[in-house]
Design a protein around this ligand. Structure first.
Ligand code: DUC
Ligand code: ZN
Ligand code: ZN
Length: 479
């Protein structure tokens, strides 16, 4: 007898779809079949039963480089993620200069403990790669189950130099873990910003002008070349340009271990949103910035052909008030406005509606992009990201026919706006189950803040990749 049976739905994985029941015992998937018996049942007739979404890029209870705290903590952030069809999320644990790695991870453990309704891990942001960090603390982080590090090529208080980047890439490779990068050219951004500010061009729309496409393209190219030089795996996050995506595709076609991500804002919003009246444009300031409609079409193509491994929200919630976007005043210049926008609850409904329901991607592709690829890339497959015997019973039950008009209330986060307001979406996650326990049931929160657990992650699985460092590097004697 199962503890719970999700019955009568269409089970969808990254490779197949079939009608059946999911039988759950002790929080794990025990049986896939028909007419299963269970102490409890959830009826999924006419619905889709998908692996729960894995949100692989979000900022929760995190100070930015300039000190502002995100509005969402692990309580509100996890609830919002669950309402959006997710059963696991991976926010960042951000090291700031002068701080160690263990103390950073301890801090985030204290922020997440007994707070999250879904399982979680952290990507570790490295902003201060001291010899002690590189030699001792990173291996301790890996032993704690943190198998992805993020670096910045921009932001004075966060960025690493090319030589530090190479050291992090090679150290991560040695440990079998993945480096992620925010790729924008710092010098270009600074140079243009200074000119704009000096000229009095301070409105939100100038944020996009100060982060030109070429700043991303140059940095993506450099990041790929550095990873190629040492033959290390690299994930380029939040790709916003067609040229940047083309560089990723070319690198993949060469067999390099390059992975990439794009985000809903680059598909569903564009730079005209920065021109909204008054300071409304501030709601749409994010980095890299919103681009144009033509870029949206190009990014869709790259999503379809597999250039992007994951599709993440980059949820960076700063309220439209003096605690967030307007902390430096109600007419603050663009460079003093917190960077980022919320979207953790909308990532999957938007992708489902505009992707699956509009015929741009298949259901299998949706599952890949929403869950399975993140599980694989970030060391959680098959425990998470799959509907298979022995996997965690992390499921999202979707009604593919429901139509909703997006509201702020639907986000269930700590925010006072959503950039996707009033958009119409078809398809919605109605119930969400984490390790066999309902978190959302028929649209109502029933989960418990002591339920979510830190999930230690495995090293990156690079099966199928070849590759060698540049010939100039005689690896044996060099490292
Ligand atoms: N980078 C992110 O990944 N998110 C928000 C802002 C930023 O610069
Ligand atoms: Zn970033
Ligand atoms: Zn981010």
């Amino acid at each position: 007898m199962h503890d719970l049976v999700v019955e009568g739905g269409t089970i969808v994985t990254a490779t197949e779809s079939y009608r059946g029941d999911v039988g759950i015992i002790d929080g794990k998937i025990a049986t896939l079949g028909k007419n299963l018996k269970g102490k409890k049942k959830i009826d999924a007739t006419n619905n889709l039963v998908l692996p729960g979404g894995i949100e692989a890029h979000c900022h929760i209870a995190q100070e930015s480089a300039t000190g502002g705290m995100t509005s969402d903590d692990y309580q509100s952030g996890s609830v919002s993620a669950a309402y959006g069809g997710n059963t696991c999320f991976i926010p960042f644990a951000a090291q700031h200069r002068g701080k160690g790695i263990n103390e950073t991870l301890d801090l985030y453990d204290s922020r997440s403990k007994n707070s999250s309704v879904i399982d979680y891990s952290y990507h570790l942001i490295i902003a201060d790669p001291t010899p002690d960090v590189m030699k001792r603390e990173l291996s301790e982080a890996v032993a704690r189950g943190i198998t992805s590090f993020k670096v910045f090529m921009t932001y004075d208080l966060m960025k690493v130099s090319d030589e530090q980047f190479l050291e992090i890439l090679t150290t991560a490779k040695e440990h079998g873990v993945l480096t992620m990068v925010h790729a924008e050219n710092s010098g270009i951004i600074k140079w243009v910003s200074e000119k704009l500010i000096k000229g009095g061009y301070t409105k939100p729309r100038y944020h996009a002008i100060s982060h030109p496409e070429i700043a991303e393209v140059e940095a993506i190219n450099r990041a790929i070349m550095l990873a190629k030089f040492v033959d290390a795996p690299l994930m380029i996050v939040h790709v916003s340009t067609a040229q940047g995506a083309a560089l990723v595709l070319e690198a993949k076609n060469q067999g390099l271990k390059i992975f990439s991500e794009t985000c809903p804002q680059y598909l569903f919003l564009d730079r005209n949103d920065l021109d909204r009246p008054g300071m409304e444009g501030a709601k749409f300031i994010c980095s890299p910035p919103l681009r144009d409609k033509k870029t949206q079409d190009e990014l869709w193509k790259h999503l379809q052909i597999g250039t992007f491994t994951v599709f993440s929200s980059d949820h960076s919630p700063y309220r439209f008030d003096e605690t967030g976007k307007l902390a430096k005043g109600s007419d603050a210049p663009f460079h003093q406005i917190a960077n980022g926008m919320p979207g953790i609850a909308m990532r999957l409904p938007l992708l489902f509606s505009e992707g699956v329901n509009k015929g741009r991607i298949t259901l299998q592709k949706f599952v890949e992009l929403s869950s399975t690829n993140a599980a694989r890339t970030y060391g959680m497959l098959p425990r998470k990201g799959s509907i298979s015997i022995g996997a965690d019973a992390d499921l999202a039950i979707w009604d593919p026919e429901i139509t909703r008009v997006v509201t702020v209330e639907d986000q269930h986060d700590a925010m006072d706006y959503t950039p996707f307001l009033d958009m119409e979406v078809k398809g919605w996650p109605v119930s969400v189950i984490s390790r066999g326990s309902a978190v959302i049931l028929n649209g109502k929160l029933v989960g418990d803040h002591s339920h979510g657990r830190f999930t230690p992650r495995e090293k990156i699985d690079l099966t199928g990749f070849g590759g060698k460092p540049a010939p100039e590097l005689d690896v044996e004697s060099f490292f």
